[in-house]
Design a protein around this ligand. Structure first.
Ligand code: CA2
Length: 148
């Protein structure tokens, strides 16, 4: 069975409680249920993890190798700062889809830079919580067309 790891970074545990005008009103628990459902529809298993700690996210990326077929990652603010997460994705080689609820390119200039983008299969942003479903479908489509 295809297995997808959904990783959420710092402050995303607060979803649905503050700044709904930017991040929507869907909670993290609801997003995780959406992810499970999106996987189940396609016969894939989905594992979700959220951490506010950069090192924990790096370790989760390391541990995904050989366990999960792809990663969907919303690295939160670490997107714009973390060479460690970029290196982890690059060195472990698990196909990774970068995801953001908001359109980071339409926001402050410091959010336009992503350290994840150069090592990701692709980036989905600006579609709110529905982006998680889109990212899981993109990951599954990408895996489907990979030579076995
Ligand atoms: O749009 C996204 O998904 C972001 O990754 C969210 C990050 C932000 O730093 C990125 O630039 C774009 C911030 C996540 C903070 O989440 C909150 C949720 C509710 C209330 C406050 C923060």
């Amino acid at each position: 069975m295809t297995s997808i790891l959904v990783l959420n970074g710092p402050n995303l545990n607060l979803l649905g409680t503050r700044q709904p005008e930017i991040y929507g009103s869907t909670t993290l628990a609801e997003i995780e249920a959406i992810c499970d459902m999106a996987g189940a529809i396609h016969g894939a298993s989905v594992t979700c993890l959220q951490s506010n700690h950069e090192g924990e996210l790096v370790e989760a990326i390391h541990a995904a190798r050989g366990v999960h077929d792809a990663i969907v990652m919303n690295a939160g603010a670490y997107t714009h700062t973390s060479i460690a997460i970029m290196d982890a994705i690059k060195s472990t080689g698990t196909p990774t889809i970068e995801l953001h609820l908001s359109n980071i390119h339409a926001r402050e200039p410091f959010r336009h830079k992503s350290y994840i983008a150069p090592v990701a299969v692709g980036q989905i942003c600006g579609f709110g919580a529905d982006g998680y479903r889109l990212a899981i479908e993109a990951a599954l489509a990408y895996l489907d067309q990979m030579p076995s």
